[in-house]
Write a protein that binds this ligand. Structure first.
Ligand code: HEM
Length: 648
């Protein structure tokens, strides 16, 4: 085989045998002298680098940005000047909370990080698919992320932690409204918008300064998943987003986004009714309409994922002339955080890795040495400045205008202006139609209902109520089902579909369904709400429930506000009817096999007044306790719920 390439060791020597290790005789031990084996195993051990502390899972692609409308009136950044100007780009999309192997079809913001390889150096716009964010002070970021990431003890995401942090951070109400609404789970990376989210500053050639917000509008149309659809997809195809992007580009269906900006003259910032540097707020379009700038197109998959996507490093501090930061405190914190993360994750020479190095110009400075310096390291050129040897020198042209500052240094309360933490969340809620409201509330209720501490539930619900009384009451109805149809099928859906949803475990769904339906039909005062039963999807619990169902009935919740539960086997349905009382149900005995939708308060004879939410049930029901916490145990079964919807 004369033309075949020869396999070599790392040092380039030919490898004689890549199938058999060297041994002392045919059956003897393996020899340490087998350099090829040792080297191969050692390299393998070092294949992984630390994953990103957030946004660990992602996909990337190359493409270009082309200016459609010249915005040189606002910025002298060459990347946005001159109709038809094309700049090479690399984009990395990501999820936020999950680790590198986590499923992608989850309720989570999506990262939308764009690297423009401009002639003036690389410009990184490191945004999300949301125009806003949870918090507005960088000091809170590590705490916020800790509340989203696995708990130190249970090593899993805990609703308790998520909602605890939220309930202490009312400024997150707007973002939670966004995240738990219909756009909270994009169907894929192509069919979502991107945002710079922060306010940035632009400076034109005359030195005039503007504040600006970036919006990348998808040309593919928005597509989202319901909680239920996402649960199925996340299980069936954890790499759904990655595959969608990769395959679309391979098919030459190049995704594109139209970049638009909102522009505010700096002088207007002081008097604007909304603090323009508050990352939890949008600028209403009526105040600052969108101005089109150009198109972002992705037309090339990287040939090697690790080289270009895993090693890519986006830094919000990478500006080019004409673009700069605003006083947005979060942005200011990020200006430090990313470079620091890259130095830890990739090392000081990460800027020389091809995906991160400038493409349309070259880096020319006095930085030298460091681990993994693999280019010529400046060769013989001087490594200090100023020098007398024609080395690179500064331009004396600031990239952007300065920021006006006043006052004494210190820590300050947030400048809330006219709007508070809730006005825009309430506005968003009132904008969406009733069905979307319902889904939003369901999704929130799903989360809140898994929280054990009633103070956290109360604080969380009060945030939504502050945004809009109706908005707060609806999820609140799960915790305190006063006066509304708190247990409709929509309410039930999130339990059915939630992250733990699935169709496992209930071994006789038909029988359970029949029992539930009959019981509901037999209830004369049953209001027109859909009946509900919540049945565990866990094997053990499912079997348990079925056994209860066999005995009579495990428990149901139905009607507008009433709950009906039964402890222990029922003798007949009459007894079930007799046991119906209003709102706060008395349940006799010590066990029951059903679940109620939401964190309903129930009184157990002989027990404490307990809040029965998903998390609590496991504790109430001895058999459901143990290794599997209640919330795992009681996630409802979507298929069953579908069956439960009464026939027309
Ligand atoms: C003070 C607040 C924040 C801090 C301290 C912070 C910190 C970080 C860190 C350390 C990384 C990992 C970087 C790496 O290893 O390459 C990261 C990734 C990322 N962050 Fe943030 N972040 C903050 C807020 C935000 C906000 C508000 C957004 C969006 C508007 C955002 C979007 C992203 C994106 C898209 C990535 C992934 C970049 C990539 O694809 O490599 N972050 N963040």
């Amino acid at each position: 085989m004369p033309d075949r390439r020869i396999l070599t060791t790392e040092s380039g020597a030919p490898v004689a045998d890549n199938q058999h290790s060297q041994t002392a005789g045919p059956g003897g031990p393996v020899l340490l002298q087998d350099q090829h084996l040792v080297e191969k195993l050692a390299r393998f051990n070092r294949e992984r680098i630390p994953e990103r502390v957030v946004h660990a899972r992602g996909s990337g692609a190359y493409g270009y940005f082309e200016v459609a409308r010249d915005v040189s009136a606002y910025t002298r950044a060459k990347v946005f000047n001159g109709v038809g100007t094309r700049t090479e780009t690399f984009v990395r999309f990501s999820t936020v909370a999950g680790g590198r192997g986590a499923p992608e079809a989850v309720r989570d913001p999506r990262g939308f990080a764009v690297k423009f390889y401009t002639v003036d150096g690389n410009y990184d716009l490191v945004g999300n698919n949301t125009p806003i964010f949870f918090i507005r002070d960088p000091l809170k970021f590590p705490d916020f992320i800790h509340s989203q990431k696995p708990d130190p003890f249970t090593n899993r995401q805990e609703p308790e932690n998520v909602w605890d942090f939220f309930s202490h951070s009312p400024e997150a109400t707007h973002m939670f409204t966004w995240l738990f609404g219909d756009r909270g789970i994009p169907a894929n990376y192509r069919q979502m918008d991107g945002f710079g989210s922060h306010t940035f500053s632009w400076t034109n050639a005359r030195g005039e300064q503007f504040y600006v917000k970036y919006h990348f509008k998808t040309d593919q149309g928005i597509a989202t998943l319901t909680t239920q659809e996402a649960a199925v997809l996340a299980g069936a195809n954890p790499e759904s987003h990655n595959s969608d992007l990769l395959e679309a580009i391979e098919r030459r269906e190049y995704p594109s986004w139209t970049l638009k900006v909102q522009v505010m003259p700096v002088a207007e910032a002081v008097g604007y009714r909304i603090n323009p540097f508050d990352l939890t707020k949008v600028w209403p379009y009526a105040d600052y309409p969108l101005i089109e700038v150009g198109k972002l197109v992705l037309d090339k998959n990287p040939d090697n994922y690790f080289a270009d996507v895993e090693q890519s490093a986006f830094d919000p501090g990478n500006f080019v002339p004409g673009i700069g930061p605003s006083p947005d405190k979060m942005l200011q914190g990020r200006l430090f955080a990313y470079g620091d993360a890259h130095r830890y994750r990739l090392g000081i020479n990460h800027t020389r890795i091809p995906v991160n190095a400038p493409h349309a110009t070259k880096a020319d400075n006095y930085g030298r040495d460091g681990a993994m310096r693999f280019d010529s390291n400046g060769g013989r050129s001087k490594n200090y400045e100023p020098n007398s040897f024609d080395g690179p020198a500064e331009t004396n042209e600031p990239h952007y205008g300065g920021l006006d500052t006043t006052g004494v240094s210190g820590t300050y309360e947030w400048d809330r202006r006219e709007t508070d933490d809730f006005a825009q969340a309430g506005a968003l809620y009132s904008l969406i139609d009733d069905a979307a409201k319902r889904r939003l509330v369901d999704n929130i209720a799903d989360g809140v209902a898994q929280v054990e501490h009633s103070a956290i539930v109360d604080r969380s619900v009060s945030c939504f109520r502050s945004a809009d009384p109706d908005y707060g009451d609806a999820p609140g109805a799960k915790a305190r089902p006063e006066g509304r149809c708190g247990l409709t099928s929509a309410d039930a859906a999130p339990f059915a579909a939630g992250e733990l949803g699935g169709a496992r475990g209930v071994d006789d769904q038909d029988r359970t369904r029949r029992l539930v339906r009959d019981a509901v039909r037999n209830t004369p005062e049953n209001p027109p709400c859909a009946p509900h039963a919540f049945v565990a999807h866990d094997d053990q619990v499912g079997a348990d429930l079925c056994r209860h169902a066999d005995d009579g009935f495990g428990g149901i919740a139905c009607g507008s506000v009433d709950l009906r539960l039964h402890a222990g086997p029922l003798r007949d349905r009459d007894e079930l009817r007799e046991q119906r009382v209003s709102r706060r149900e008395v349940v006799r005995g010590e066990e029951f096999g059903g679940q109620v939708g939401g964190a309903n308060r129930l009184r157990f004879v002989g027990g404490d007044d307990v809040q029965v939410g998903a998390a609590r049930l496991g504790k109430v029901h001895g058999r459901l306790d143990g290794a599997q916490r209640g919330r795992r145990a009681v996630c409802a079964n979507q298929k069953l719920l579908e069956h439960l919807t009464p026939p027309p």
